[in-house]
Design a protein. Sequence first.
Length: 486
Amino acid sequence: MTSSHHSQIAAGRLAQDGLLDAAMAEQAAALLARIEGSSLETVRVVFADQHGLLRGKTVTAASLASVFRSGLNLPSTLLLKDTSNRTVFPVWEAGQSGFMATMAGAGDMLLVPDPASFRTLPWAPHSAWIFCDPYARDGLPLPFAPRPVLRHAVAALAEAGYGLTVGLEVEFHVYQLIQNARGHDQTGMPGVPPQTELLDQGYQYLSEANYDRLEPVMDMLRRHAQALGLPVRSTEVEMGPSQFEFTFEPADAMTHADNMIMFRTMVKEVCTREGLHATFMCRPKTENSASSGWHLHQSLTDASGRNMFIPDEAGKLTAQAEAWIAGLLAHAQESCLLTTPTVNGYKRYQPFQLAPDRVEWGYDNRGAMVRALIAPGDGASRVENRVAEPAANPYFYFASQILSGLSGLEHGLSAPPPVENPYSNDATLLPPSLIAAIEAFEGGDLYRARLGADFAEYISTLKRAEWKRYLGTVTEWEHSEYFGIF
């Protein structure tokens, strides 16, 4: 049956329009043959949206062949929504130009499936995921589709003769769900958050006793992650109450971006099924909680796979390591909109909290934004950027690292001296708020030059809409501060 499937896929729209190449068509045909006669019932045909959240439709297993032939149509407004699910672009105005011309009237976009991404879901074994790339309805690329944006950055780095290896350290919280907000009066854009309580009490950093109490949940998440093929390295008790950390073995940027999307989604879906609530929100509004960060380890390799960050015997940074660090620092402020894309994420940038608050680097210094873990003879020599929040879109986050580091390489930038006192120096501060990050992004030229004006304007419009809604909300602080005295 493989040959029959292949001929049908090859005659379909996606193959004819060059959106599904020959290798992908062969993979798709083999996948369809494997599915036939299996117990698989449904396939969740999904794409990672602008926020790094999965969206899509579920088709029957028998219908997957048609998706490989013709793609799947979804409303294009799914790419035009802020985090409240409001469409923030003018889709109903006539005379749109540029990318908005293909999205006017809330028309369709086209999902093109990637057969290599197919995963049976261990918590729902009758179902599977397949990741897609969204295109305009006429088959033209969208300038802000997350996976293609990262693919473009990876290609630019490869053209310069390099590849990027990354390792993930991801912090998040898991709580016991007390009550889900399901009343008619609790819905909205967004709805009322659920009520939760801790799984374990108190600050607990790497405590063996706390780990033992949390092990059933740790094991459940680890086993599902491994069943998805994710390269889990460690499961750890993090600093704050009910705070977890998972780390992963190194991989290339695109692989780990997909892995991060799968991991976050799996954790939330599995926990919900178990009466738990998992959140990758940076700083939950719960008493005595700790902020969560997302630390990205990164090293540059040449065409032969050799690590270009291993220093000489004297420990001096290689030219590539110095330029890469310098590029990350030079573009840190304008990159924050991609590494820290939420209002909440900027409340983590506090001194003396194992989080960065300014643009600097240091050797094995957890207070610095960039921590250099580099030593002579150490094949794992790398830098760790500690700037991001775990809610970041991994495709945009990784692209920001690649394009910043590549700029450092191309311009031969030199890194400033490393810091020893990361919270008491005159280094440039990181943006203190989302609006400051938006303004830094708009004032920079890296992303407009590398990814185009459409991408830059898209991200700016999306996040300004979010900030405007935030400003329009009366907070508890304001109410406490002013309601009584005025």
